[in-house]
Design a protein around this ligand. Structure first.
Ligand code: GLA
Length: 719
């Protein structure tokens, strides 16, 4: 059992693989974070419930003579507003008399036999060693009851949390803030790592020193966003990839969110994450319950790479659905954009034959009158002008050429120029007395309405039921504005999960690739439904190094999609070697974003070699640990590797960015191998010991030009 209640001290002890989390019930009243850090045994944890007097910090009403007792100076698990703690609250609830004051006191606890599901939202599955605890707090005056859920993955460095808020009183309450987790650390000696970005530049790494006051990441776009991923990590000052303490937090949610850190007057650090409280208000009538999404907390005593591996293994084992085939795709977007017809597609598909490509994905432009991005979203019927013989014909050609058939949808959107809008203008999100606001010429369907969700499910089913579709690309190309009320964003997200739940249950074998103008909605909740996500609209191999490196901080390479596109690259104009483009794309779910007809014979031969290599590589990737070896953020090159879990096989991907005339001796040190094993560099037929590769390293060759990419494949050999 990884959770124990030490009754003589009133302390809950939660033990994961390398961490301990201690929660104390102070004076039978308040729930305190006593400790979160490296795994420990402790004689008397109650001595961590130390209180000291601090000027201007008020005491609860029964503590008139105890000036040392103040919620303002205690390290808390569920801080509220108005009861003495001036730091950020994790819950704010307005009562009918206008008061937002809450005195949440300890009521009870329960060990749960199963990890609880969260209603209407995805959450992580438990593994064989997961224990769950519920602690209930209550405010007697308002009748607010809060259940705090803790799930400890005993063999991992993972703790997940969420809340349930219940109105046991008679009044109407309004929740304006409900964080999925809040905890206080005893010092502030951290840097803050966050994943920042924009369209075509998602999840770049930014590290800043933690300062006093509030640091915050959030999205107000009703999606998890390109700009700030719902992830943050507190890193000890000496941290690097392989050393130092890191606390990482990731929210399983796809809408407005916030992650907030406050360093207070005593230099303690409060950490919170949950649904965004910006423009949020949720009425809670008597007997109603509000549930928050799940937050995933990972502790690493051994640096950033170990934190990432913990997230990767957890998501591979307990989040991403496993039974999908991840095919090698050719997608026609960058090959044709909107400009295609049956003849062009036929040639493109036929030219993919024999190259080892497994699925053709028909991107935007196949429906209604869609010849540019100004119309037709919502009308999911074939564009007969372009495809007079229907999608059936395209599916047929795919079948003849032994390819699966995939189709692009943007189900959550509506164009004003569409039959759907003519018949149902009320389906679009808008403020009734104001004109529409456009983004990419389109509007967003109001998924907070059940009839709209049901329309989407039916529209997709009508297409999918009549075609041998094996793959869907699910896009989302604008952010949400004109939110008429403060519940809309959250209701929208719940509607989205309802739709995705229906589609994935109805078509369990169709692989859905998530997408949002590239990687604008790359979060664990989307990954639950769409187990691979188009990582960025930027297909330039060099820019992808930064994007994929940053994304790997939290998300496993098995969840990313990477495609080889033509050069000059459409986003940057850069010309990179075909081989380098292949190596970068192969570090994710692999494919091509081009018309194979435009490739030279030599390039077509390289495609055959790449797909053959990838068919083996993907088996390794799906059962491997990922190691970041050199950061493009820190130098002129980038390297990472996949080491199979049994350490028998290794792939190393290396890219040198700009070349230099000097012929330096550059040894790349590998990680995670078995010191004693003998590894064969398959292409060059050279043997090394594991200890040599990790301590002497691999001598890199002289680079012939800029952007040189090299992939090494090592296999264990027996002497
Ligand atoms: C988004 C996607 C692209 C492509 C286009 C089609 O930008 O990220 O991959 O599907 O939409 O309009």
């Amino acid at each position: 059992m990884s959770i124990t209640f030490i009754s003589e001290h009133n302390v809950f002890k939660l033990d994961g693989k390398d961490y301990t989390y201690l929660i104390g019930v102070y004076d039978n009243r308040y729930l305190l974070t006593l400790y979160y850090g490296k795994k420990i045994e402790i004689v008397d944890p109650s001595r961590l419930m130390v209180t000291r007097e601090l000027g201007f910090s008020p005491s609860p009403h029964e503590d008139f003579y105890r000036r040392d007792r103040s919620l303002d100076t205690m390290l808390q698990e569920c801080p509220t507003f108005g009861y003495g703690d001036f730091r950020i609250p994790s819950i704010m609830i307005e009562q009918e008399n206008g008061s937002r004051c809450l005195d949440l006191r300890y009521k009870s606890y329960e060990f749960l036999s199963d990890k609880p599901l969260i209603s209407q939202m995805p959450s992580l599955k438990e593994d064989d060693h997961c224990d769950s605890l519920k602690i209930t707090l209550k405010d007697e005056v308002s009748g607010v009851e809060v259940d705090l859920f803790y799930n400890v993955y005993q063999n991992r460095n993972v703790l997940t949390r969420h809340l349930k808020i219940r109105n046991t009183g008679k009044e109407k309450l309004i929740i304006s803030k409900a964080m999925s987790c809040s905890f206080d650390l005893r010092d502030n000696q951290f840097d803050l790592l966050q994943l920042i970005g924009t369209h075509c530049e998602e999840r770049h790494i930014e590290v800043t020193p933690l300062r006093h006051g509030i640091s915050k990441i959030e999205s107000r776009r009703c999606t998890s966003s390109h700009m700030l991923n719902p992830f943050m990590a507190l890193c000890r000052k000496d941290v690097n990839e392989y050393n130092g303490e890191v606390y990482g937090i990731n929210l399983v949610y796809s809408g407005n969110y916030e992650g907030t850190i406050e360093v207070d007057q005593r230099h303690t650090t409060r950490v919170q994450m949950g649904i965004g409280s910006f423009d949020f208000a949720w009425p809670l009538m008597a007997n109603e319950v509000f549930e928050t999404p799940e937050v995933v907390m990972v502790y690493s005593p051994n640096g950033l790479n170990a934190m990432s591996q913990t997230f990767h293994d957890l998501y591979n084992d307990c989040l991403l659905k496993k039974h999908y085939h991840h095919p090698i795709v050719v997608n026609n977007w960058e090959a044709t954009y909107f400009d295609f017809n049956e003849e062009k597609l036929t040639k493109l598909i036929e030219s993919a034959k024999g190259l080892g490509i497994e699925t053709f994905v028909l991107d935007d432009g196949w429906f209604a009158k869609r010849n540019n991005d100004e119309s037709s979203l919502g009308d999911w019927v074939v564009n007969t002008q372009k495809l007079p013989n229907g999608l059936e014909k395209i599916a047929d050609i795919c079948k003849k050429n032994k390819l699966g058939f995939g189709l692009w949808f943007e189900p959550e959107m509506i164009s004003e120029e569409s039959s759907l809008y003519k018949n149902h203008p009320e389906y679009a999100i808008r403020i009734s007395n104001r004109p529409h606001l456009y983004s990419r010429c389109q509007l967003v369907l109001d998924l907070s309405k059940k009839e709209v969700c049901d329309y989407i499910i039916k529209a997709i089913s009508d297409v999918v039921d009549n075609l041998p579709i094996t793959y869907i690309k699910w896009d989302f190309n604008r952010n949400i504005t004109e939110t008429q009320n403060k519940q809309l964003c959250h209701k929208y997200v719940l509607g989205l999960y309802y739709v995705l739940d229906a589609i994935t249950s109805k078509y369990p074998n169709i692989m859905i690739e998530g997408c949002s103008g590239g990687g604008g909605r790359f979060d664990p909740a989307m990954l639950y439904y769409t187990p691979q996500i188009w990582t960025s609209d930027d297909t330039d191999a060099i820019e992808r190094l930064y994007i994929q490196y940053g994304t790997s901080i939290v998300y496993p390479p098995t969840s990313m999609v990477g495609h080889v596109s033509v050069t000059p690259n459409h986003q940057t104009g850069r010309v990179t070697p075909f081989k380098t483009r292949g190596i970068v794309a192969m570090s994710a779910n692999f494919g091509y974003e081009l018309n194979p007809q435009v490739l030279s014979e030599a390039e077509q031969e390289m495609v055959k070699a790449q797909t053959k290599e990838y068919q083996h590589l993907r088996k390794v990737i799906y059962n491997s640990s990922f190691y970041r070896l050199r950061s493009p953020y820190k130098g002129n090159d980038c390297a990472w590797s996949f080491v199979s879990k049994n350490k028998k096989e290794v792939y190393v991907m290396y890219v040198r960015i700009l070349n230099a005339a000097t012929n330096e001796f550059d040894y790349l040190l590998l990680k995670g191998l078995d010191e004693k094993k003998i590894y064969l560099d398959v292409a060059n037929n050279v043997k090394y010991t594991g200890s040599e590769l990790m301590n002497v390293g691999l001598l890199l060759p002289r680079h012939p030009y800029d952007f040189n990419g090299i992939m090494y494949h090592f296999k264990e050999v027996r002497e």
